[in-house]
Design a protein around this ligand. Sequence first.
Ligand code: LLP
Length: 436
Amino acid sequence: MSVNQAIKPVTLEEKNNHLYLGGCDLVDLAKKYGTPLYVLDEKSIREICKNYKEAFKDYSNIKMMYASKALCTSALVRILDEEGFGFDTVSAGEIYTVYKSGVNMSKVLFNGNNKSEKEIELAIDLGVGRFSVDNFYEAEILNKIAIQKNKTVEILLRITPGIECHTHDYIQTGQIDSKFGFDLSQIDEIVELIINKYSNIKLRGLHAHIGSQIFELKSYYDEVEILVKEISRINKKYSLDLKEMNIGGGVGVKYTTKDEPPKISDLADAVTSAMHKYAVEIPTIYIEPGRSIISTAGVTLYTVGSSKQVPNGRKYVAVDGGMADNPRPSMYQAEYSAEVASSVNSKNKEKVTIAGRFCESGDILINEIELPKLNPGDIICVYNTGAYNYSMASNYNRVEKPAMVLVNNSLSDIIVNRETLDDLISKDVIPSRLKK
Ligand code: LLP
């Protein structure tokens, strides 16, 4: 089993009716650092990296690029850099975080459908290794900026291979009607522009990303087939020697018992078998996993506060966080699993709906879950919150973003400080005519 196939992080234990992670009592962590609190289990992160590296060990030309959008903090970048991963970035902010964390920038790839000139300049100045060029406009400005800087940039072309994954509508990016990438019918036009006009762009290969939270390996097999065939068609038609192929990210994780994500070694088998079937010359493969690297490693701790029993209806139990620290349930109807860290084994159970503290009826974290009877002050641990929680968090209702703690071998370290009330007003400006 690989780490993404479990709901809970690898070091999660139950002791004395409490939950422990990385050898740390989660109730103690809640007391020490406050709640809501994001907690990351270092062993789970390193273990899933090992799952990926072992799965692809027989394929020498593999480049693992962590999709930073899932969670991007400096300490996490350090861990993944140590594990030998590169980084898929989509903004100046992600590029800057990776750079400041000491990563060799040739291991960084810059994705995105509307990169600004300022972001492109920063990426070129810092020596980002590959650009994934998404559209005609980007190719033009990238070439212009590269000429101004007297640099040559190496690129992949992002294409839409037309594969639909059965996942949430908002996170399908590989189908034909997508804002991302070149349609298959537009590839020749952009290749010709690069060959004939864009002197400072060197085309190295193709890139696609077919969706997120994917369980079906057949879609990767089909994607590889399309990419391989396109690369060899382009090479033949234009006498080029493209040798790189980026298959994107998307491998799913297990939020609830209903989810059945694939084993990473099975993903590797699907990808490499398609490669060996269709490719004459085996290209370098880039893979960009985000969620599957970091989701399972993360949990969020909340403290229970008020509750409300609707007469003849549901029982709501409110916690001190919600849609601002985890927008996924309200945005995507995402489902999560949880336990009570302060009384994990208590037998006296009841069905409750875990509500957030934000001023919207839709701020529900978990609908109807059976948990030990909850009292104010109890600590709830929500699983699988490592990906797309902190990275999509907001200050809705002017609430401070939570802290993040890394645990390992019974040690806990803050890796993101909790925001303060002064942080919240730190960017505000009162024009002098309004001053008191
Ligand atoms: N590469 C590209 C080009 C992507 O667009 C993405 C994700 C990834 C890699 C990483 O995919 P992953 O391995 O994490 O599935 N906010 C949504 C997910 C959006 C994913 C966007 N692209 C959510 O919370 O479910």
